[in-house]
Design a protein around this ligand. Structure first.
Ligand code: ASP
Ligand code: MG
Length: 334
């Protein structure tokens, strides 16, 4: 039996009306005799609201309980969607990440998927169920719930598709596919029929919100066909493909600029000092501090008197403190 994984993002599952459209899409695929595994996000801005709520209640960050709290958003969606499918007379089962066999490495808030135990989902598919799985979450070897990082349901979808050897991973969203720029910002942005894994991996890492970058990374490694489509319209969408070379080893794709993206969720940290560039050990120290504290450096540049580091906005204060403590308080730069 062919299996297709369909992932529906937050806006696609935001309310009852939207979920009814999602049901229609799932059912029309299921009725073709295809095994359907559905991965969903939390409804609308549920995850943002849960984060705001936690900040209102406590002043410190408690990673384990925060992940537990955030995981409830997706659990609500799977329960509702699965009940709606049953209401229409279809066999369906809702699974948390843990019940679906999604095993993570224990890094709260940014966990990596270690493996997907495919038998957990498979037995339900072969029993004729539409399997609805909570995205963005998994369980570590100690039974703790981990989340995968913001937008991580895409990653759940691609990982599950790879584990089940699915025919395709369809990512349903509120736009027609991948554009030359964010169509919400650039009105003249054009829809792309195809992009390569490399192109969308770059764009997603640079801030394009259409897909989670790590999901593209997994898709590329395992050669999983990914299509980005509109939940509300029957349009072809964008296919993510491998770079095609002709027999002279040349790329047959379009040359030149293809996607323009912006990212306003980043911060620039600047270290100022004399003759910085002449002391490469500063770079060693900075990268070591970033690695030890699980901070991703997005970009780094340097001049004689300044090192500029770009990191995600939400960890910029923390990293500024660490750098100050290690480089200035400890006089490493002297
Ligand atoms: N609900 C999570 C978030 O808002 C995961 C996702 O939507 O993919 O980041
Ligand atoms: Mg998303």
């Amino acid at each position: 039996m062919d299996i297709v994984v369909q992932k529906y993002g937050g806006t696609s599952v935001a309310d009852k009306f939207k979920l009814e459209q999602v049901c229609n899409r799932i059912i029309s695929t299921y009725n073709k005799g295809i095994g359907v595994v559905v991965i969903v996000s939390a409804q609308g801005d549920t995850t943002d609201k849960l984060i705001t709520k936690a900040k209102e209640y406590v002043s410190n960050v408690y990673e384990r309980e925060m992940d537990l709290l955030l995981s409830t958003g997706e659990i609500q969606t799977v329960a509702l969607l699965s009940m709606m499918l049953k209401d229409r007379g279809y066999n369906s089962i809702a699974l948390t990440g843990e019940q679906a066999g999604i095993i993570t490495n224990g890094d709260y808030g940014e966990a990596k998927i270690v493996k997907v135990i495919k038998e957990n989902i498979e037995k339900y598919i072969y029993d004729g169920n539409i399997v609805v799985v909570a995205g963005f979450q998994g369980v570590d070897k100690f039974g703790n719930i981990n989340t995968l990082g913001r937008g991580g349901s895409d990653l759940s979808a691609v990982a599950v598709a790879v584990a089940l050897d699915a025919k395709e991973c369809e990512i349903y969203t509120d736009v027609d596919g991948i554009y030359t720029a964010d169509p919400k910002i650039v009105k003249t942005a054009k829809l792309l029929n195809t992009v390569t894994y490399e192109e969308i991996l770059e764009a997603a890492t640079a801030g394009a919100k259409v897909l989670h970058n790590r999901s593209v990374g997994v898709g590329r490694i395992y050669d999983m066909p990914i299509t980005v489509k509109n939940t509300c319209k029957d349009v072809q969408g964008t296919n993510i493909i491998n770079i095609k070379y002709d027999d002279r080893g040349e790329i047959l794709e379009n040359y030149g600029a293809k996607i323009i993206t912006k990212n306003d969720k980043v911060s620039k940290i600047t270290i100022v000092g004399d003759s910085l560039i002449s002391y490469p050990e500063h770079f060693n120290k900075i990268f070591r501090l970033a690695a030890d504290n699980k901070i991703q450096i997005i970009m780094i540049s340097f001049s004689e008197t300044a090192i500029n580091i770009i990191v995600k906005e939400d960890i910029a204060d923390k990293f500024t403190n660490i750098l100050h403590e290690q480089l200035i308080d400890n006089k490493i730069l002297k």
